[in-house]
Each structure stands twice: as structure tokens, then as C-alpha cells.
Design a protein around this ligand. Structure first.
Ligand code: SAH
Ligand code: SF4
Ligand code: F3S
Length: 437
């Protein structure tokens, strides 16, 4: 029997794509192994969002340059799409290069490889199809990812995604709902809807649902207790989404709304299509909700031309919104993107300085916000037991990690259950507590 190893880099969409690739391979009679050394076929599902992410796959491939003997190497995902056949030049032992827009062709490409083809590619970007397969092999037994929209039609000046994932295409609502029903029957209770701009969803079938309607319908499926969605683009974030969350407790108390910068001048240069004021209006809707919705964001520091004053505006936005969590990055110049041509590139050292200041500020905000939860009882979905700390690990509806003790310890067998936990302590990145019995 042939064996394969797969390692995944990048976002949740990549993680989910890998689940589909794994299912496809298992159905073809491959067996998954835990190390590349044991595998006949070694696959890397790659990310190109920042330079560091891209370099990872090449350093992995480098390790096997000589010791590759007989193994077949494949590069999937965003670096595959971006670099295409150039990957064969940089790493001649690679046999398969396939971007996510061509995964429908993977079974055919595998046949070609099995027949002995040395080099096969799937690099077509102009596809109308979404990658769906009944063979998906999910990693988590309680939480299921579902991609509802692929690609991106925005044009942010710093971003490779439109080049690596192609045009936006939505999956028909009936097929999404059918999969959610099947997942509920199989025992999944949490659904996470995925898309680079998940809220740009437009049902291609005659029903023509928008994202808010789809959310409401998914949340009604019997057996589903939590629904999350990521990532939302502020421009397409309508008030109807907040209203649907307000009306349905199955929709989690958490919205991830990447802002990138607090300065309207920088947002314009980034081609983000909204101003600071537009963004803050959406935050207002969320804050007015009776649901206590947690808000998280992504921020880029050191975008070309970002002045001290621009950066100060990003810091003031942090204080104004009081985010529950923030993913922050130094601007990384990427191939094909408009930002390469902008003047005012910021030195690495200065980007690092701004990033540190921002992360320190945010740490204080998070500590404050988490501390305010001490004494409260929160419902968690229990994920696992951590023998090192003697705590169970759960997640609240607001997407906070809540580590808690239970008198029965590991014997309580709580994984996958929903449980009330009293918060007793707070750190900047997680909470600690005790199960309410
Ligand atoms: N589609 C999502 C984000 C996708 S990428 C959105 O529009 O918000 C995830 C995050 O990576 C982005 O939100 C951004 O903060 C960061 N990012 C993207 N390109 C980057 C670059 N060239 N340098 C640094 N960070 C980047
Ligand atoms: Fe990239 Fe912008 Fe598209 Fe997000 S919306 S994936 S940041 S181009
Ligand atoms: Fe990375 Fe591609 Fe996702 S660039 S963040 S894996 S869409």
C-alpha cells in the first residue's frame, strides 16, 4: 500500500483543503503516516501570505534534496499557484505542483503520477468550480470547517490571495445545508463557515441568499449548537449580519473583522475600500448588540508610507475598539502586489519597533478585558485534557480559551461536551476556571 505524509501551513481554508486532500488520497488506497521519512508521497500545502511563510516550504524541500530517494514530492496551495513551474527549477525533486483552484483535478493528477509521470501541474486559476468532495476526512470530531466561498475579488495592495486563489466563487446554499445536516447527524455540533471574505457570500442558485440569510439557515439545523464564520471583510459587513446574530444564540458571540490600519490615509493606500469612520460604524453595531459580541482583528504595521501619526491612529483605534484579540504583522512585500511600487518602504527595524509597541498595548487591553470576566459562568465546548497542567481545555462562545479543573480530572471524559465553567483567573491570552457541578 502506498503511504503519504502531508504538512499544512497557512489559514483555516488551507487546513480544510488538506482535510479534503487527505480524504481523496485515502479513497485512492493511500495510507497516511506521521513523518515524511515513512512516506512514498510527501505533500506540503503551502502559504504565501508573508515571505516567512513562503520560505518554510523551500526549507522543508531542501532537507530532502539528496535523501529524497524514491519519494514523490508535491507542493500544493498558495506557493504552488504563485510560483508554478518555477518550483521545479528551485526544487527539481518535486513532481506535483497544484494550486487550490485546481484541486478538482487532483485525482487525475495522482493517476498520472502513479503511471510514472515525473512532472504534473494543476495551475488553472480561471475556474468556476469550488472544491467539494464527499471524501473529506476531518481532523476534529466536534468542530467541522465548511468552505462556503473561495477566492477573492478584492484588491488589497499588499495581498497575494487574489493571485493565489483566483476569482470569488460561492457554493450553492442547498449543498452547504445538506453538508451541515450530514455533519450534525455524524455528531458534529460546531460548524465554522470559511472564506477569505466569508461575508461576500452570494448564493449562485436561484434562491440567491446573501450571507446573513445563509447564517440564519445554518444555525437552524437540528443538532448544531455553535456556528462561527471567518473572515469577514468590513465593506461587506452589513447590519443584517449583526441582527441575525442578535436573534440566534447558536451563532457565536464573536466576529473577526480585520481592520489593517487605524489611519484612513493608509487604508486608502492599501485599497481597503473603507475609512476609519466606516469601520467604526460597524463596530458600533456590534457593541450595541445585547449579545456581548467579542471582536478580533488583523493589523499590518509598517505599510509603505505609514508615518508616526498614522501608526498613532492605529494605536488609538485599539483603545477605542478594545479588541478581545489581535493578530498583528509586519508588512511583508509580496510578488505581483501593488504595494511593491509604493514609495516610503519602512526599514525592518522600525517595523519591528512598531509591532512591539502595538503588541504591548494590546496585551494590556486583553488583560483588562479578560479580568472583567472573573466570577462569570461561561459555557465551553470542551476540546481536550492537558496532562501537563491537569486542566481541561475549553472554548467559550466568544472564542476565548478557558482552562479548567474538574474533580474527576482526566476520568471525567469531557471532550466534545458543553459545560458551564466558573472563571476564577485571567491572563492576557486565556482564562482559568472550575467546572460548575
Ligand atoms: N481575507 C482576509 C485576510 C486574509 S490574510 C481579509 O481581507 O481580512 C490574513 C491577514 O494577513 C490579513 O488580514 C493581513 O493582516 C495579513 N497580511 C496579508 N498580506 C500581508 C502582507 N503582505 N504583509 C503582512 N501581513 C499581511
Ligand atoms: Fe487579501 Fe484583501 Fe482579499 Fe483579504 S480582501 S484576501 S486582504 S485581497
Ligand atoms: Fe496563506 Fe493562502 Fe491562506 S496565502 S493565508 S494559505 S489563502
Amino acid at each position: 500500500m502506498k503511504t503519504f505524509y502531508i504538512e499544512t501551513f497557512g489559514c483555516q481554508m488551507n487546513v480544510h483543503d488538506s482535510e479534503k486532500v487527505v480524504g481523496t488520497l485515502l479513497a485512492r488506497g493511500y495510507r497516511q503516516v506521521a513523518t515524511p521519512e515513512e512516506a512514498d508521497l510527501v505533500l506540503y500545502n503551502t502559504c504565501s501570505i508573508r515571505d516567512k511563510a513562503e520560505q518554510k516550504v523551500f526549507s522543508r524541500l531542501q532537507q530532502f534534496k539528496r535523501a529524497g530517494n524514491g519519494k514523490i514530492f508535491g507542493v500544493l496551495g498558495c506557493v504552488a499557484q504563485q510560483e508554478g513551474e518555477r518550483i521545479f527549477e528551485r526544487a527539481p525533486h518535486v513532481s506535483l505542483v497544484c494550486g487550490s483552484a485546481s484541486y478538482n483535478k487532483l485525482p487525475d493528477l495522482l493517476v498520472q503520477i502513479e503511471l510514472g509521470d515525473r512532472r504534473v501541474t494543476g495551475l488553472d486559476l480561471d475556474t468556476d468550480e469550488t472544491f467539494e468532495t464527499p471524501l473529506t476526512r476531518r481532523d476534529n470530531p466536534f468542530r467541522a470547517y465548511i468552505t462556503i466561498i473561495e477566492g477573492c475579488d478584492k484588491n488589497c495592495a499588499y495581498c497575494v490571495v487574489p493571485f493565489t486563489r483566483g476569482r470569488e466563487r460561492s457554493r450553492p446554499s442547498s449543498s452547504i445545508l445538506e453538508e451541515v445536516r450530514q455533519l450534525a447527524e455524524a455528531g458534529y455540533t460546531e460548524i465554522q463557515l470559511l472564506g477569505q471574505n466569508v461575508n461576500s457570500y452570494r448564493d449562485p442558485s436561484p434562491a440567491g441568499w446573501n450571507f446573513a440569510t445563509l447564517l440564519a439557515r445554518v444555525a437552524e439545523v437540528p443538532g448544531i449548537r455553535r456556528v462561527r464564520f471567518t473572515t469577514s471583510h468590513p465593506v461587506d459587513f452589513g447590519r443584517d449580519i449583526v441582527e441575525v446574530i442578535n436573534a440566534n444564540p447558536v451563532l457565536c458571540n464573536h466576529v473577526h473583522l480585520p481592520v489593517q490600519s487605524g489611519s484612513t490615509r493608509v487604508l486608502e493606500r492599501m485599497q481597503r475600500l473603507y475609512t476609519r469612520q466606516d469601520y467604526l460604524r460597524r463596530i458600533e453595531w456590534l457593541k450595541q448588540s445585547p449579545r456581548d459580541i467579542a471582536i478580533s482583528t488583523d493589523i499590518i504595521v509598517g505599510f509603505p508610507g505609514e508615518t508616526e501619526e498614522d501608526f498613532a491612529q492605529t494605536l488609538s483605534l485599539l483603545e477605542e475598539v478594545e479588541y478581545d484579540s489581535v493578530f498583528s504583522f509586519k508588512f511583508s512585500p509580496r510578488p505581483n502586489t501593488a504595494a511593491l511600487a509604493l514609495d516610503g518602504q519602512i526599514p525592518e527595524e522600525e517595523k519591528g519597533r512598531r509591532l512591539m509597541i502595538l503588541q504591548e498595548r494590546q496585551r494590556a487591553i486583553q488583560l483588562r478585558r479578560n479580568a472583567a470576566l472573573v466570577g462569570r459562568v461561561e459555557e465551553v465546548l470542551v476540546e481536550s485534557y492537558n496532562p501537563a497542567t491537569g486542566q481541561w481545555v475549553g472554548r467559550t462562545s466568544q472564542n476565548r480559551v478557558l482552562n479548567f479543573t474538574h474533580p474527576d480530572g482526566p476520568a471525567a471524559a469531557l471532550a466534545g461536551r458543553y459545560l458551564d465553567v466558573r472563571v476564577t483567573r485571567a491572563g492576557p491570552n486565556s482564562l482559568a476556571g472550575e467546572a460548575v457541578l
